[in-house]
Design a protein around this ligand. Structure first.
Ligand SMILES: [Fe+2]
Length: 185
């Protein structure tokens, strides 16, 4: 049997990414942004009221995810923010306090602009196995991996539990990596 599994939801949305990008670029030019996990990158304030049609598109995916894990609790999207990572920008490892689920939608940027890293949630796994060192696993799977990499791709949507530690690799290109994150509560 498998116990304490962690479900990651992946979906692809049919959204006008150019329109989203223009809206986010406009916000970027007008607001200084806030400092959270972003190292060098820009993060907006809560912009849920500016993206009603986008929020409507992610709602069914969230509902599907809730059905899959059988949580049987009505949850809604409570906060939405945009992120822009330019050359060398990254996001430090963190999780979202006082939130149930978290999602990220990729607006712009391909593989080399920085993978989303999902870190093994078993604290003692990283402490006990391999003496805390990163090792190369020949056949990675859900039982032996320290980290799971999800590459950015416009249109891709990822939802995961907010307690799951995650980070974003440095952007190694001169192309912007633009994403929209949200919390579900
Ligand atoms: Fe995050």
């Amino acid at each position: 049997m498998d116990i304490f599994a962690c479900k990651i939801k992946e979906s692809h949305l049919d959204v006008d990414n150019d329109k989203l990008y223009k809206l986010i670029s406009n916000l970027y030019s007008q607001h200084a942004g806030r400092s959270e996990s972003n190292k060098g990158g820009w993060q907006s304030e809560n912009i849920i009221s500016e993206l009603p049609s986008f929020v409507d598109k992610i709602k069914p995916v969230v509902k599907e995810y809730m059905d899959e894990i059988k949580l049987n609790i009505e949850l809604d999207i409570t906060q939405v923010w945009a992120n822009i990572n330019k050359y060398k920008d990254y996001n430090a490892q963190h999780f979202h306090l006082q939130s149930n689920f978290t999602g990220v939608y990729f607006v712009k940027g391909e593989k080399q602009t920085g993978n989303l890293l999902l870190h093994n949630p078993f604290t003692n796994f990283n402490y006990c196995w391999f003496n805390g060192k990163l090792v190369k696993i020949i056949t990675p799977n859900q039982y032996n991996s320290q980290v799971v990499k999800i590459y950015p791709q416009p249109g891709k949507l990822i939802v995961f539990p907010s307690w799951l530690q995650h980070s974003v690799e440095p952007n190694l290109t001169n192309e912007e990596r633009v994403s929209i994150s949200f919390d579900i509560n």
